[in-house]
Design a protein around this ligand. Structure first.
Ligand SMILES: [Zn+2]
Length: 385
């Protein structure tokens, strides 16, 4: 199985011609639609990239590159040349992206500016070195704009076969961020460890609320036609900074958590069961009357977490399943559960009682044991909580 992971690297804006990249993206869009337009003022080598090898990249384009509408911006696929430490080379010698492991730099040739022999040099990211150590190879790269900022995307790929799981199961129950992620480790039919993971939401809420307050003030200035004044510009800058900080905090948290859980699965050679209940989480967020902007932010990062997790599980050949693990239905008798204060769930039919975040883990146990007759769970173990 070929698996892929990708990383985005921000390019130095002062060394990139954003308009040139925008044009390349427009040409890519056309190439995607089977139109060959050769423009006289853009180097042939770059244009050939688009038309000759474009189709080969199609299955490797990771970044939602499928243009949704005409002239939507499409990331530009680029070939790479890999120069290894011993001087051996792999890839196309004329490739616009050179990964030079001897000097630990990435060189971009003529894709940042339309000038003969124009080169931008970037330090080699640690991420690339790590993927190479894991037998990955970087055959593809892409260049493009996101929010008008130039980026380089590197796509690592590797051939991997999923391992045979041990007697460990790692269950990951995904809620929206306000209730976090709960993971549980099951061994031979018993939950041996479980933990809800919640980011520091107060900090994120505060940043968000402040940005909303300032946005209102900015709106007032705008209505009075004062948004272009020194004060207005300063305010806008501050709002952008606050938003960026809250995104960065969530992003960082999501990455670290996904990484930690992947390590855990690898350590035990576990099979991973993911309950990805985005819809239920969305409803829960609405019920809890969380403002819609913040709701969107939480959901976006919940989705991001699941995507990241799955990409990494596949990369390391960790077997996983997506399964529905409800938290409001009794795993013993399937009766509706009642919620008590402190997020405790009880079944009025059979007496089952557990913290809400732990209910999905019991569901995982049931689903596992029903397909594997060994490791019966007695009612005793249900009532431990
Ligand atoms: Zn019950």
């Amino acid at each position: 199985m070929i698996v892929r992971r990708a990383i985005l690297i921000r390019l130095p804006k002062d060394k990139c011609d954003v308009d040139y990249i925008r044009r390349l993206m427009a040409l890519t869009n056309l190439a995607y639609r089977d139109y060959e337009v050769l423009v006289t003022d853009i180097p042939r080598t770059i244009q050939n990239q688009l038309y000759d090898s474009f189709k080969n990249y199609m299955s490797s384009l990771v970044f939602g590159t499928e243009p949704k509408r005409w002239f939507a911006r499409t990331w530009v696929p680029l070939k790479t040349l890999r120069i290894h430490q011993d001087g051996s080379m792999k890839g196309d010698k004329g490739a616009p992206v050179v990964l030079d492991f001897r000097n630990n730099v990435i060189r971009l040739r003529q894709v940042c500016k339309n000038e003969p022999r124009y080169v931008v040099e970037l330090p080699m990211p640690e991420w690339v070195v790590e993927r190479m150590k894991e037998d990955g190879d970087i055959k593809f790269a892409m260049i493009g704009l996101r929010d008008d900022e130039p980026y380089l995307a590197l796509v690592a790929e590797r051939v991997v076969e999923p391992y045979l799981p041990s007697n460990y199961v790692l269950v990951i129950d995904v809620n929206a961020w306000n209730n976090g992620i709960t993971w549980g480790l099951i061994k031979d039919g018993f939950i041996i460890k479980w933990k809800p993971e919640v980011p520091n939401l107060r900090e994120i809420d505060n940043l968000y609320n402040l940005s909303v307050r300032l946005s209102r003030e900015y709106g007032r200035l705008k209505r009075m036609g004062l948004d272009k004044t020194e004060k207005g510009k300063r305010l806008w800058k501050k709002i952008k900074k606050l938003r960026k900080r809250s995104y960065a905090k969530l992003r960082d948290y999501v990455q670290k958590l996904a990484h930690r859980l992947v390590r855990k699965a690898l350590k035990h050679k576990a099979i991973v069961i993911i309950d990805d209940m985005i819809e239920e989480s969305r409803r829960e967020l609405i019920e809890e009357k969380i403002p819609s902007g913040l709701r969107k932010l939480y959901l976006a990062y919940t989705r991001r977490f699941v995507r990241l997790l799955i990409t990494q599980l596949e990369w390391y050949g960790i077997p996983y399943r997506l399964k529905r693990l409800p938290s409001t239905v009794c795993p013993m008798c399937q009766h509706e559960l009642t919620q008590l204060p402190g997020r405790i769930m009880v079944c009025e039919n059979c007496g089952f009682k557990a913290p809400r975040d732990k209910v999905p883990l019991y569901w995982a146990l049931i689903k596992l044991t029903s397909s594997r007759p060994k490791g019966q769970i007695s009612l005793e173990s249900w009532r431990l909580n």
